[in-house]
Structure formats: C-alpha cells, structure tokens
Design a protein around this ligand. Sequence first.
Ligand code: 5AD
Ligand code: SF4
Length: 471
Amino acid sequence: MTTDFSIKPHSANASDVRPNTRGLHMITWGCQMNVYDSARMTDVLRPLGYAPVDDPAQADMIILNTCHIRDRAAEKVFSELGRLRHIKEERSTEGRQTVLAVAGCVAQAEGEQILKRAPYVDIVLGPQTYHRLPEMVARAARAGGSVIDTDFPAEQKFDFLPDSEAPQTAGNVTAFLTVQEGCDKFCSFCVVPYTRGAEASRPVASVLAEARRMVASGVRELTLLGQNVNAYHGEGPDGGAWSLARLAYALAEIPGLERIRYMTSHPRDMGDDLIMAHRDLPALMPFLHLPVQAGSDKILKAMNRGHTADEYRRLVERLRQVRPDLALSSDFIVGHPGETDEDFEATMQLIRDVGFALAYSFKYSIRPGTPAAGAPLQVAEAVKDERLQALQALLREQQDSFNDAVVDVVAPVLFTGRGRKPGQMVGRSPWLQPVHVDGPDDLVGRTVPVLITERRSNSLVGTLVEECMPA
Ligand code: 5AD
Ligand code: SF4
C-alpha cells in the first residue's frame, strides 16, 4: 500500500482538447497505485482519440478510479456518481454521449451493486482489466448497455498495457513506476488480497525499459510501487526471478537516475539483500515506508502479520546499522478487534522505541468479507477515538522533532518545480520532506545543497548554499 490515503478525489491535469479528439475526465481516489493506474488508462485510451479534459461537462468519457481501503468508500462513489449522472443527462439533451466508467477497488468489490444502484454507469472494471478498456468502450458503445469486467484474468495486465509514452512524464522530475501488484498476505483487516488479487511482478526488462524512458524524459527520482513491493520477484533476462534488491542495483546503473525509492514494504519481505542494498546504493534514499500496524504481539498475531514487535525492532536496528540516517514511516491501526488498553500501550511503546519520521494512522473499520469483520470483541468507537488521538499526538511529536533535527543542516535537495510564491522553488530532501527556497527556475531537475533554516508544520524552508557563501 502507499502513502496518499486522502480519500478526496484529485482530477488529472489536463490540457485543452484538440479538434477530433474526445474528452476524457479522470477522477482518482486513494493511493499512488491508483494515480499510476489512471495514467495508464489514459495511455490505453489515447489511441482511441481520448485526451484529458479538466471539465467533466466537456468529457465524452468519465472514469472514476476508486479506492476501497477504508470506510464509506462505496458511499462516496455513489454520491459522486449522482453528480456525474446530471452531467451525463445534460449532455444527452444536447445530443452528446458520455461513457461513464467506474474503475479500481470499489468496482472490483461492488461491481454488481454499482450497476444495480447506478444503472446509468456504462462500464465497471476491476484493477486487473485495464488493458481491456478499449474493447469495453467499443462494446459499451455497440451494446448501448453496461459492461462489467472484474475478473482476475490469467493473463498479466502488465504484459498487455502499452508502454507509457514519454509525454506522460515529460517535465516531471519525480515519477512512480508500478513493478508489483496484489497481495497474498491476507492481513485480517484488509481487502486488498480480495480486490487486487494475488501477487504479480512485472518482468525486469519491462521495468528497466520504462525506467530508462522516464529518465530520458527528465525524471531524476523514481518510486517503485507495489502493494507488497519488496515481495517483488520479476522474471529477469536470465529467466530467473529477480528480487527487489537486484532490480534496485540494476536501476542504479541507469545514468541520470539519481534517486530510487520503493513502497509499500512488508516487514516479512525485508530480505538481507535488500538491507544490504541500502548499504551499497547511495541512490536508494534513506527513507522507508515499513508499516507495522500495531505493537502488541497478540494483536499482530490476530492481524496475521507474521512477525512480532521485537522482530520489527530488530529489523529496524539492522537497517539503521547499515544506513544510519535511515528514517522510517509506518501505518498504524487502532482498535483492531480484541485490542485492550494494554495492547494499545504496547503500540505506543513500539513507537517510542523506533521513532518515526512520518506515519499514517487509522481507526479500525470493518471491511465486509475480511476475517476481522466477524471477530468477537469489536472495540467501541469512543475507545478507538481516544486511542487514535493519543497515538497521533505522539506521532506528531516525533514528526516535528524529526523535522527539527534537519534545521541548520545542509541537505541535498532535488528541485521539482516552482513554489506558490513568486521566485520560490520547491524540492524534496532525501527524507521526502518538501523544501522551499528562493531561487531561479533552472533549479528544476537539479540536486543542490540547501541549508535548512526553518521547520514549518509539514515542510522545510532553506537557502541555497552557494548564496550563503561570501562572494
Ligand atoms: N481499517 C483501518 N485501516 C485499514 N487499513 C487497511 N485496512 C484497514 C481497515 N480495515 C490501513 C492499514 C494499511 C493502510 C493502507 O490502510 O494501516 O497499511
Ligand atoms: Fe493488506 Fe496486509 Fe497485504 Fe498490506 S500486506 S495489502 S495490509 S493484506
């Protein structure tokens, strides 16, 4: 899983439609995997003449790419669909057709339900079937009815998707690249194994080719994505399965690729070779998203996480031995069924022991069909609220003190674009902190030493080191 779990939708950036093209409006919820998938669906539809538009009223096709990870996801989708229905009807009175598609994990989980409650939806497709989108569009147009495709096909969607074209990443300094999908871990609380299906890795050659294309178009920092990215086992050119570590060594050879990150990792798949890669590869950034979820052995067992709290502590120790500046981020769930005050305190203790630079924390919410949903000893909502507040206060303290620690330090900042204020540029530190400086536009794409002077609530302010030097 990934870091942007805001359940607010973000629309694709779009240029104006050219004549003879059809407008495509994409609304994306949830994780970076979905952001990536939206870009790929845009790629798949481009040969059919679809080009992105910002305004849904100008769109011949609207795709809602949905996220199912936590509560009320389906309700949000239905309320958005209600809004889009009006647009579709309005356009139809003007004689214009609008294909309405629901993609992503809610589509996977609630396919039939969607068509029942929102019969004006034309296409429902699960995350494994994006490569069939053109065919579905054609079928929907022909049939005039709805098409549903939420299979887990035997063929790999990775093998069928076209390579992303350079324009998609043109001008971007940082980019995501999906290398792995799905999950076989079956954590008690999680829908991903049911919605995203079994683990699958993309072949090494295809990853390397896409990475090279991205770097050629200006990308300097790549984040490898996967629900269980460190379980990567893609087929190598030698026919054998390559680990994520081996892939990282190969990527680090690409000239111009300065930074490599990966997320999300499972503690159980943090192999020795990956730990050693953090020692050997300066390009592998010293920031690791390694969710632990809870700190009580009893709850970790109930969650089916497959490791104890001490095993997690030892893993972090080993990582920090080889890469002392490594910062960690994590996901936490409070109020998993059976969690007592004592169990919660064990989570707080783990947080104190490890120290996190960043964290995402959630109240346990029932996902129908998962093992924890039917478990006895569900925790009262008010108790969950209280625990979440205490946990977030501690994590906030840790985040602030982590950010405070880089004030007065010179850090290499990779500049990604202009800031909001005129003359201001924004980049990111090795530890994924946004950094603002006053500087020229041509900083974009360059990694430059910056003296960090100030910590804001979620970002840093600094000055270019050259400017600080006496002339
Ligand atoms: N309830 C609360 N949080 C959940 N997550 C996943 N499923 C649930 C659930 N049922 C959280 C986990 C995961 C993150 C992406 O979302 O912490 O790591
Ligand atoms: Fe869900 Fe667990 Fe798989 Fe992560 S490892 S996707 S939490 S089942």
